[in-house]
Design a protein around this ligand. Structure first.
Ligand code: ZN
Length: 352
């Protein structure tokens, strides 16, 4: 049993609610809000088969998959850093990855302009042979490789707006130019020990990895400026055939595992900005794959705003938290500093 991410015991008391931060509840509550608002009825809501072993092997070595399956069959465990799972964890993770694969496939077949894969567990911290940060399989990377194999896609951009660094995706595509990886995240949050903006890719991948570390405490304006000065110009320069968003919603103002201050309007704005780029360069093709997000009371409002924007719908859902979060946004002194840092980074990346 866990309290947020700490095992219960010693001074850590048993939780009264969900227990581990990465619980199914935030995801269930997203689905509930979509149903109650009526948005579900306007969408094509579908499931997808589990990712096949062949699909998983494009990213993960067979030894890792075998070890994961064996521990999962034996009742569960933790094969890495903060990535506990129970019996059946392997099959559940393969289903989660399969949903991302199915969403990418549906968009590339032209069945939908865009999709949101409400996957769980998340994937963006997972390394090829080591799970990390609640991530057991690299969902987005598996979906990107499936897209390349089945549809011959040559240029994919992965935009990771989870508040934590998308280190797994970065690692997997670090030496490749056919996948641009972009991560916007809270500086030095999780995982520890990476060099932020200094990691720009290697070999053929040099220049095709962009990290945008933001000062802790930043909110709507920090992200707006980061998107305007770096994310959107970088996507425009790359001209991807498909944009995959690693859609963690843990940069929200009350997330227990980070210190940023976004609200549902921020996620709506970021989605709109990405859709404009996607309309320009890839017929609007966007697949958002769910990642983190641990404030179960608030995550559903953020997800609902993203999915409304993607679907071009407005169900009239009023986010009651906006009245609390908007007046608490950082002031001009903070924002000016963050903007200056972003402008400097944009210049060093040759973006304008
Ligand atoms: Zn996260």
């Amino acid at each position: 049993m866990h309290s947020l991410i700490m095992p219960v015991g010693g001074w850590v008391q048993p939780p009264s609610g969900a227990g581990h931060a990465e619980s199914p509840d935030s995801k269930r509550r997203i689905k509930s809000l979509l149903d109650v608002s009526g948005l579900s009825d306007r969408l094509s809501v579908r499931s997808a088969p589990a990712a096949t072993r062949e699909e998983l092997l494009r990213v993960h070595p067979p030894e890792y998959l075998d070890r994961f399956k064996a521990v999962s069959d034996a009742g569960g465990g933790d094969l890495g850093q903060l990535a506990p799972f129970g019996r059946g964890g392997y099959e559940i993770a393969a289903l989660s990855a399969g949903l991302a694969v199915g969403a990418v496939d549906a968009v590339l077949r032209g069945e939908h302009r865009n999709c949101y894969a409400l996957s769980r567990p998340p994937g963006h911290h997972c390394l090829p042979a080591e799970p990390m940060g609640f991530c057991l399989l690299a969902n987005v990377a598996i979906a990107v490789e499936a897209a390349r194999a089945a549809h011959g896609v040559r240029r994919v951009a992965v935009l990771d707006w989870d508040v934590h660094h998308g280190n797994g995706t970065q690692h997997i595509f670090y030496e490749r130019a056919d996948v641009l990886t972009l991560s916007v995240h809270q500086d030095r949050c999780f995982p520890p020990g990476y060099s932020g903006d200094g990691d720009r890719g290697k070999g053929a991948g040099a220049g095709y990895n962009i990290n945008v570390p933001l000062l802790p405490g930043g909110g709507h304006e920090a992200y707006r400026h980061a998107f305007e000065r770096i994310v959107v110009p970088a996507l425009r320069r790359y001209r991807p055939e498909l944009i995959v968003v690693a859609s963690g919603l843990d940069a929200n103002a009350v997330d227990p595992l980070a210190r940023m201050q976004l609200h549902s309007g921020s996620y709506r704005m970021m989605t709109r900005m990405i859709m404009e780029v996607a309309d320009e360069c890839c017929d609007g093709r966007i697949v958002a794959v769910h990642e983190g997000g641990y404030a179960e009371a608030y995550v559903p409002f953020c997800a609902h705003a993203i999915i409304e924007q993607l679907a071009g719908e407005n169900m009239g859902v009023e986010d009651p938290f906006l009245a609390v979060f908007e007046p608490q946004q950082p002031g001009e002194v903070f924002n000016a500093l963050q903007r200056r840092l972003l402008d400097e980074q944009a210049a060093s990346l040759g973006l304008n």
